[in-house]
Design a protein around this ligand. Structure first.
Ligand code: ATP
Ligand code: MG
Length: 353
């Protein structure tokens, strides 16, 4: 069986370091592993409109930003097809057919949708489109016959729901769709990076992000202002490293080599954590180290972004070509779906049979 990746991001803002450790870094690794036959990376503008219907300019403006972030991180357009969701209308048609295979109460039980409805104060007025986005996500994944979907942990319920749709479709209409597997990062700290404010998730919609395109000065200022352990008041006080975003970021980003390079007091993160927990290690020192680590990771990304920013026409062209290629693949799957559902009326006189 062909090994195929489908993944993507909503163009609701520039991408941040949570996206990077949760999914982008993994995508680049998988892309360069040579194990995948096809890789599709989708800028999910239609999904972004489900909770931004009144702000189409925000979605439009961020398409280029997300594309630049991809290229900056090392997504290689020669190996991966980057495309814009709404430029592939087959996905919408698939969504419409899948909607019949899912109950309202099933979507209501989706914990990520639940949390997002609350976060957006949608309780009394949920847009139908937003409510259905897990179904449209199943259409995106299955349209490309994805076998692997590298995403953050908040997408687990979406993948579960997608698998259910695949099973239901195949049971009702015959074996047609491919079942995907989620690919999560191995490092637990990367599953769901918290915000700089200590909130459970760094998220564009919450404004608590360190963006991949932030300047060196911005990154530093954000790190120095980060929420830490509120009980660690004086340097001598014993501190908590659990649920402390500074230490979670370190667990996500730092390697032993970083200590050798920037902070010789410790051989590794465990030693540093032990010192913080017993007291005597101040937040400023930890933050300065985190800044060194993060800057060294972000520097090459920033440099690659600057190169691509000089060639916007090339970015537009690769999005155009990518969308056309993605459309061809999705059209094939849609043909298979229509045939399975027996709504391919005019092919080979099907309506007469
Ligand atoms: P929005 O607030 O508009 O939903 P977002 O920041 O949640 O934006 P998405 O575009 O919804 O970003 O998510 C893109 C991908 O990044 C998904 O695979 C998601 O799981 C992953 N991701 C998002 N935020 C984080 C995070 N804080 N830690 C790890 N992975 C994340
Ligand atoms: Mg999200």
């Amino acid at each position: 069986m062909k090994q195929i990746i489908l993944t993507g991001d909503r163009p609701t803002g520039r991408l941040h370091v949570g996206h990077y450790v949760g999914s982008l870094k993994e995508r680049v690794r998988l892309q360069n592993s040579g194990k995948y036959d096809e890789i599709y990376i989708m800028i999910a503008d239609a999904q972004a409109l489900t909770d931004n219907a009144e702000h189409p300019e925000k979605v439009r403006g961020n398409i280029m930003q997300v594309a630049l972030d991809y290229l900056a991180c090392g997504i290689d357009p020669a190996k991966s097809t980057i495309f814009i969701q709404s430029m592939v209308p087959e996905l919408t048609e698939l969504t419409f057919y899948y909607m019949n295979l899912v109950t309202v109460s099933r979507v209501q039980r989706n914990p990520t949708v639940k949390a997002e409805i609350q976060q957006r104060n949608f309780e009394a007025s949920i847009p139908v489109g937003f409510f259905c986005y897990p179904i449209s996500q199943a259409a995106d994944i299955t349209a490309f016959r994805a076998t692997a979907v590298p995403v953050g942990e908040d997408q687990l319920p979406m993948l579960e729901q997608c698998k259910e749709i695949v099973h239901k479709f195949n049971a009702v209409y015959g074996d047609t769709l491919t079942e995907p597997e989620i690919v999560l990062p191995d490092n637990k700290a990367c599953l769901r990076l918290p915000g700089i404010d200590g909130k459970a998730k760094m998220s564009k919609s919450l404004g608590n992000c360190i963006y991949l395109s932030d300047t060196e000065e911005d990154v530093k200022a954000k790190i120095m202002s980060m929420y830490t352990d509120p009980t660690h008041i004086r340097r001598e006080d014993p501190g908590h490293t659990e649920n402390n975003p500074v230490f979670i970021y370190l667990a996500a980003f730092c390697r032993d080599e970083h200590f050798a390079e920037f902070l010789k007091d410790y051989a590794n993160l465990d030693e540093m954590k032990a010192h913080y927990e017993r007291g005597g290690l101040g937040d400023v020192k930890v933050k300065r180290f985190l800044n060194d680590v993060l800057q060294s990771e972000l520097r090459p990304i920033r440099a690659r972004r600057a190169e691509w920013e000089k060639r916007p026409e090339d970015v537009v062209e690769l999005l155009r070509a990518g969308s056309a290629r993605a459309g061809q693949t999705a059209a094939q799957t849609l043909n298979d779906v229509r045939r399975a559902m027996r709504i391919d009326y005019f092919e080979n006189g099907n309506l007469l049979r």
